[in-house]
Design a protein around this ligand. Structure first.
Ligand code: MLT
Length: 237
């Protein structure tokens, strides 16, 4: 039986979640035929590493404050990640919170990126692998709580829990996962509405990203598991 959120031990499996929008973008790029996604917390380092790749083979994505960083090929909208644009290319990406969350957990034996759009695929892989301990790590916004990551953690936990016949409190490692599961149970049929209430959802709406919210609030539309191949580099399983 997996423990869904840890005590102070190292997890067997860590799942980063940034529904709006880094992990939604990562899942979309890999589903659209991107070769890999390499994440950076630092923009300068991203430039330095990606400079060694030819412009035909690389795409640079940079987001700060929800907007695109000047000089980059794209910001952090999953809707920009069409097969025409990403096929066969490596995405070098730095975002405010999501890529940092991935870097924090990069030493776990199995690291994945999940969003609502690829929740079922990630859950299926966890159930196949049967890790003893799973961390679900929400990115939040600059250290604070976020509704959209919590509801996605709840969606993952809910799905894992459905496959066991145990009460949620027996597989949950802390109170947060019980709370996240309850949030998902209450909002699962109105996830877009929830995104509209979330503080980062509101920030993105001010930046005219309504279509991003719509896209990211869908569940289980992509059959893709972004998994870490080496620290900071995710590929399609
Ligand atoms: C982040 O990493 O903070 C987000 O993905 C920001 C965004 O919506 O681009």
């Amino acid at each position: 039986t997996p423990e869904l959120v840890p005590g102070d031990c190292n997890p067997d499996c860590a799942i980063a979640v940034d529904v709006l929008r880094a992990t939604s973008t990562i899942a979309t790029v890999l589903a659209a035929g991107g070769e890999a996604v390499q994440v950076f917390s630092d923009l300068e380092q991203l430039m330095h590493v990606s400079d060694k790749w030819s412009p035909e083979k690389r795409l640079r994505a940079g987001e700060r404050g929800g907007g695109k960083v000047a000089g980059f090929d794209m910001g952090n909208s999953p809707l920009d990640c069409t097969p025409e644009k990403v096929e066969g290319r490596r995405l070098f990406i730095s975002t405010t919170n999501g890529t940092r969350a991935l870097q924090k957990i990069e030493n776990a034996p199995t690291v994945m990126a999940a969003a609502l759009i690829n929740r079922a695929a990630v859950v299926k892989y966890v159930l196949e692998k049967q890790p003893e301990t799973v961390w679900i790590v929400g990115s939040g916004w600059e250290g604070s709580f976020s509704l959209e990551d919590t509801v996605c953690a709840g969606a993952i936990a809910h799905s894992l829990w459905e496959k066991t016949s145990l009460p949620i409190e027996e597989i949950a490692g802390n109170d947060e996962v019980i709370c996240a599961t309850a949030l998902f149970a209450q909002w699962q049929d109105k996830l877009l509405e929830l995104m509209h209430q979330a503080s980062h959802g509101k920030r993105l709406l001010r930046l005219d990203c309504h279509e991003d919210l719509k896209y990211c609030s869908q569940t289980d539309i992509l059959n893709v598991v972004p998994i870490q191949k080496e620290p900071g580099v995710l590929v399609k399983l």
